[in-house]
Design a protein around this ligand. Sequence first.
Ligand SMILES: NC(=O)c1ccc[n+]([C@@H]2O[C@H](COP(=O)([O-])OP(=O)(O)OC[C@H]3O[C@@H](n4cnc5c(N)ncnc54)[C@H](O)[C@@H]3O)[C@@H](O)[C@H]2O)c1
Ligand SMILES: O=c1ccn([C@@H]2O[C@H](COP(=O)(O)OP(=O)(O)O[C@H]3O[C@H](CO)[C@H](O)[C@H](O)[C@H]3O)[C@@H](O)[C@H]2O)c(=O)[nH]1
Length: 323
Amino acid sequence: MKVLVTGGAGYIGGVVSARLIAAGHEVVVLDDLSTGHADAVPPGATLVIGTLRDTSHRVLSEGGFDAVLHFAAKSLVGESVEKPALYWDKNLGETLALLDAMRRTDVSRIVFSSTAATYGEPEATPITETAPTRPTNPYGASKLAIDTTLAEFARLYGLGGVSLRYFNVAGALLDDGLALGERHTVETHLIPNVLKIALGQGDAVKIFGEDYPTPDGTCIRDYVHVVDLADAHLLALDAVVPGTHTIFNLGSGTGYSVRAVVEVCREVTGHPIPARAEARRPGDPAVLVASSDEIHRTLGWKPERDLTAMVADAWAFLSTGPR
Ligand SMILES: NC(=O)c1ccc[n+]([C@@H]2O[C@H](COP(=O)([O-])OP(=O)(O)OC[C@H]3O[C@@H](n4cnc5c(N)ncnc54)[C@H](O)[C@@H]3O)[C@@H](O)[C@H]2O)c1
Ligand SMILES: O=c1ccn([C@@H]2O[C@H](COP(=O)(O)OP(=O)(O)O[C@H]3O[C@H](CO)[C@H](O)[C@H](O)[C@H]3O)[C@@H](O)[C@H]2O)c(=O)[nH]1
């Protein structure tokens, strides 16, 4: 297939692009490099620099595209609370421009990066796709609005859409001379922040809250390896059905506390990694664990790599750098 990957210079989009190329697909990346890096676009993919709003119609007009994989987004929860209009504009507004360009160029398949943040504070664990969606921040709300838009476009215009609701993505792709991993300028995610302490960038990990109703008092999350996540995208791409919109959760079904993650990072790096308790981070639910039964049943996907593999790969990437 010929595939447009929006946000393919970012962490997840870069890894998925590499896996698409390895599987024989043709990849064109559209990215404005606002949080991405040109050298995260794997060899063999074409990079077009621009925003979805200004550039997606021009790129799709080249012709021959079979599908869009849509990763481009702003995704900092805290920033979204401070600047909600930015999130509605960049996430929902720019996606509407992309969908318009797809309609005008007859591209009718899309796989979209949705998020666990669409659910908000869960009523029950593990979270299934039928759980109530009550996002607690504009980031999650903007992603939920895109999921809703995709369902409407499927009904009205025959679009085929799959929304993949990722839980916590971690790890790196280390393959055939490639190293693609997480290197956000503003890093909020736990695993890279813990590993940076082992690299000497900071004196102690901040643990945001030790008074949650969990066995060790710290938040529990469900981590999924970015390469397993990429495999799910390839399956979803093959399974998109015109006129339907489907939602799948993507997680491992296993929860790890913040303290447990720090412990795995100590084991992998051999570094003592000091940790310090801090106040809770506003808006963090105590426990977020996915049920990924639906994508297992429907597409046969299941994660192959555990938390130790995620931390080991993230560590190999951070300690040697991109290539
Ligand atoms: N990392 C996670 O744990 C996680 C969890 C759930 C959902 N997601 C979603 O997955 C997607 C990818 O996340 P990531 O961690 O790789 O983020 P990232 O910031 O590394 O990648 C996003 C990419 O999109 C580009 N971009 C942003 N807005 C754009 C626009 N309007 N036009 C063109 N390019 C634009 C950025 O330059 C960047 O390269 C995002 O949609 C995010 O919301 C990520
Ligand atoms: O330095 C840090 C960083 C994080 N945490 C804690 O570690 C856990 C995981 O935090 P992350 O920021 O790594 O991940 P989140 O669970 O907040 O966010 C993830 O899930 C969200 C949905 O809830 C969004 O989808 C988001 O994009 C995705 O990364 C949280 O309890 C957080 O408070 C720390 O204690 N110290």
